[in-house]
Design a protein around this ligand. Structure first.
Ligand code: NAI
Ligand code: MG
Length: 338
């Protein structure tokens, strides 16, 4: 029995979450789904966009599923998902960039993993106004850089990848990205000597070149590991290569917790219409199942989705179809159940 904290959030969050839970309930595994609140509606009701209770529940469960939230513009604190990542110590953000059959993409047969350092860098939120404008502090530590490099190698092995590429800008950001780069190579030299890892190549790219090659020749990449801001940008670029936000899942991993969420937001333009693509949330659930060690079930769920995408009969409008979120999810569920 797995205890899962479920945070539906706002807008299409509850729509794609509901659809995904319906599918997971058809699994042979037993789940205890415990609903918790975060986001804009929560803020309006309770005065906070991230109640302590939600953080506690997430800390104490086997994993957390997060839908999407609308940010609170008038609020001076950080968004609930950023705060939750920090409070749970989720230092690694894993973003698969994978093309699926039946989904219009710039490239077919892409399967890259972008690993973004999630805890520091330019998102350390140390900013201040100066007389001329403002400055932000970019914090890069050896600890976090080595930690994320370890994640890159272990994930590469798990997924049968043969190359790990560090992405940085050490030619300009000599000190901060110098630390990141050196930390990466230190960790790489350890893994290079281990039997299991011996045939995983390692290389590095400057972030601007990596951004270009992602568009012109993405097949040269298998696992990319990079700092917070670069990872944020490159992974959205990656999502754009394989069918857009409706297809992009993510995992936030720490030493003790995992939180799984679609890359997209609350999509107010389509919220309430029942037409949101549930695939990104379903694929996030696949990432969760893998995190829980339920690889067979994860594979089955992804295969069920692939089947529906290939058939092309029950697709939401963003995928060129006319189905609702529920109809598409039901089609996935029926195959998953078999
Ligand atoms: P968004 O991701 O919500 O929407 C961007 C565009 O993609 C919209 O046209 C939307 O309809 C479409 N889209 C997104 N997900 C889709 C899906 N599953 N199926 C079909 N179409 C989909 O980003 P936007 O509009 O910039 O932000 C809306 C709100 O969401 C804002 O308050 C923003 O701060 C928040 N946000 C929250 C995130 C989170 O909860 N992790 C991440 C990104 C934005
Ligand atoms: Mg982003």
């Amino acid at each position: 029995m797995y205890t899962i904290t479920v945070i539906p959030g706002d807008g299409i969050g509850p729509e794609v979450m509901g659809a995904t839970l319906d599918i997971l309930k058809a699994s042979d595994l037993e789940f205890d789904f415990q609903e918790a609140r975060a986001g804009y509606a929560c803020f309006e009701d309770t005065g906070t966009n991230l109640p302590d209770e939600t953080v506690e529940m997430a800390k104490n469960s086997d994993a957390t599923l997060f839908g999407a939230v609308t940010s609170v513009p008038e609020q001076k604190t950080v968004g609930s998902i950023l705060a939750l990542r920090k409070k749970l110590g989720l230092y690694a953000n894993l973003r698969p960039v994978k093309s699926y059959p039946g989904v219009k993409a710039v490239y077919d047969d892409l399967d890259i993993l972008i690993i973004r350092e999630n805890s520091e860098g330019l998102y350390s939120e140390i900013e201040e106004y100066t007389e001329e404008g403002a400055t932000a502090l970019r914090v890069i530590t050896r600890k976090a850089s080595e930690r994320i490099s370890h994640v890159a190698f272990t994930e590469a092995l798990k997924r049968g990848k043969k190359r790990v590429t560090a992405v940085h800008k050490a030619n300009v950001l000599r000190k901060t990205d110098g630390v990141f780069r050196d930390s990466f190579w230190k960790v790489a030299s350890e893994y290079n000597q281990m039997d299991d890892y011996r045939d995983i190549e390692t290389d590095e790219f400057y972030v601007d070149a990596a951004a270009m090659f992602l568009v012109t020749d993405p097949y040269r990449f298998q696992v990319l590991v990079t700092t917070n801001l670069f990872g944020d940008i490159l992974s959205d670029e990656g999502a754009g290569l394989v069918g857009g936000l409706g297809m992009a899942p993510s995992a936030n991993i720490g030493d003790n917790n995992g939180l799984f969420e679609p890359v997209h937001g609350s999509a107010p333009d389509i919220a309430g219409k029942g037409v949101a693509n549930p695939a990104a949330m379903i694929l996030s659930a696949c990432l969760m199942l893998n995190f829980l060690g339920e690889h067979q079930e994860a594979f089955k769920l992804e295969e069920a989705l692939i089947n529906v995408l290939e058939q092309g009969k029950y697709l939401t409008p963003d995928l060129g179809g006319t189905s609702t979120t529920e109809e598409m999810a039901r089609a996935v569920r029926e195959i998953f159940e078999k």
